[in-house]
Design a protein around this ligand. Structure first.
Ligand code: SAM
Ligand code: SF4
Ligand code: SF4
Length: 372
């Protein structure tokens, strides 16, 4: 049964022990086996969500009997801040809060305030961003800004209400998400990125209408290839719409596009500017064009497990150390060593070696568990 498969994520036999020995080098930023720097920390603050997107939390599995994490297993804000501080000391300059739906986590702005106070070894603030389905943005945007959030990414998979409702599967309307985007804009949480996962046969007819809607606005629409993440969404290669096809379609039917340089090494989206100066789009080609060679991301799960790749099935549990009862100084010293050691031996490059014909492990972590 597929729901049993998901529960395996919580199974401790699937954890890899952390190495607390003194690290071989003290370089900042820390580099992995392929010389990729540690730059980007993604923190999942909840595994719950008020949507049931068909490609992420299908209702057949995430139903009323599905066992989400009990509250006591979630890292507290103090614990998350302590982990994040070690990462920032090792070179992380960008933190993204995700989930599940991160705005469902109570008092999330208190966590943001704590993270926004962190400083890099060069005494620079850290960029704090958040990915949301937008449902609670009207209510929360200003508080998030006041707490120190840099900007938001909002997911929206269609501009047509019928299609969007079929995608989120909880009857949520496009207008409410657009109102959330407007609230984020008013609160100066821009430039706002709008993420659209394109699933062939379901919302691919929405590519042009979405592009038209967001052209000539300050928002950056990004098309994401539907990924084979997790084990519950029944992913099939023929439902992936290649980014190249999307770029060609928009350039042909809407307006010519010209490529733009990445904003930083390891940026996941390939950037395209409208040649008429009316804005920017991005494509994230996680399936058709692997970007592992620059991947500088590490993920912290809601309950304190570290994953060095989105497609990992085995995490590294920090919680026994965090809740070991030792002094905070001792915990943090060991945590810093363990994190550095973990990054130093990292070799992951799943997307580069993936093949539609390769049998896939059935116990990979779910997107709703680890975030995007
Ligand atoms: N709930 C928030 C949201 O939807 O923005 C944050 C968490 S969600 C897991 C993060 C991002 O992952 C969203 O943009 C979502 O569309 C994307 N996502 C989820 N499942 C995906 C899949 N199978 N392939 C590609 N993107 C996916
Ligand atoms: Fe929820 Fe985001 Fe997953 Fe949709 S993509 S089900 S909004 S976590
Ligand atoms: Fe990074 Fe893993 Fe994705 Fe490659 S497959 S880009 S290593 S998260």
């Amino acid at each position: 049964m597929t729901d049993r498969v998901i529960q395996l994520v919580q199974d401790n036999s699937r954890l890899i022990p952390l190495n607390f020995s003194a690290p071989g080098n003290s370089e900042v930023p820390a580099k992995d086996k392929h010389q990729r720097r540690l730059h980007d920390l993604r923190i999942s603050v909840t595994d719950r969500c008020n949507f049931r997107c068909v490609y992420c939390m299908p209702k057949s599995i995430f139903d009323k009997d599905y066992q989400f994490l009990p509250h006591k297993d979630l890292l507290t804000f103090e614990e998350i801040e302590s982990v994040a501080r070690q990462f920032v000391a090792l070179g992380v300059e960008k933190i993204r809060l995700t989930g599940g739906e991160p705005l469902l986590r109570k008092n999330i702005e208190i966590l943001i305030e704590r993270l926004a106070a962190l400083r890099t070894p060069g005494n620079k603030p850290v960029e704090i961003t958040l990915t949301t389905n937008g449902t609670l943005l009207r209510k929360k945007a200003q508080a998030l800004k006041n707490a120190g959030l840099t900007r938001v990414t909002v997911s929206l998979d269609a501009i047509d209400d019928h299609t969007f409702k079929a995608m989120n599967d909880v009857d949520f309307s496009v207008d409410e998400v657009l109102d959330g985007i407007a609230a984020a804009h008013e609160a100066e949480l821009g430039p706002i990125k709008v993420n659209m996962v394109v699933k062939g046969g379901m919302n691919d007819h929405q590519v042009l209408p979405m592009a038209k809607h967001f052209k000539n606005t300050p928002h950056i629409l990004r098309f994401i290839e539907y990924m084979d993440v997790g084990s519950s969404n029944g992913w099939k290669m023929d439902e992936v719409v290649p980014s190249a096809r999307i770029v060609n379609l928009i350039a042909r039917e809407l307006a010519p596009l010209k490529p733009a340089d990445p904003n930083y090494v390891g940026e996941v989206a390939e950037r395209w500017l409208y040649a008429d100066g009316q804005g920017e789009i991005g494509v994230i080609s996680s399936v058709t064009q692997a970007f592992c060679s620059d991947c500088s991301r590490i993920r912290l799960s809601t309950e304190g497990k570290l994953y060095t790749c989105l497609f990992a099935s085995r995490g590294h549990d920090l919680k026994p150390l965090i809740r070991s009862g030792q002094s905070q100084a001792m915990i943090e010293e060991q945590m810093a060593k363990a994190i550095r050691n973990l990054w130093t031996v990292r070799e992951d490059r799943y997307s580069e070696v993936r093949s539609a014909h390769t049998p896939q492990p059935r116990d990979r972590i779910e997107m709703s568990y680890i975030g995007g």
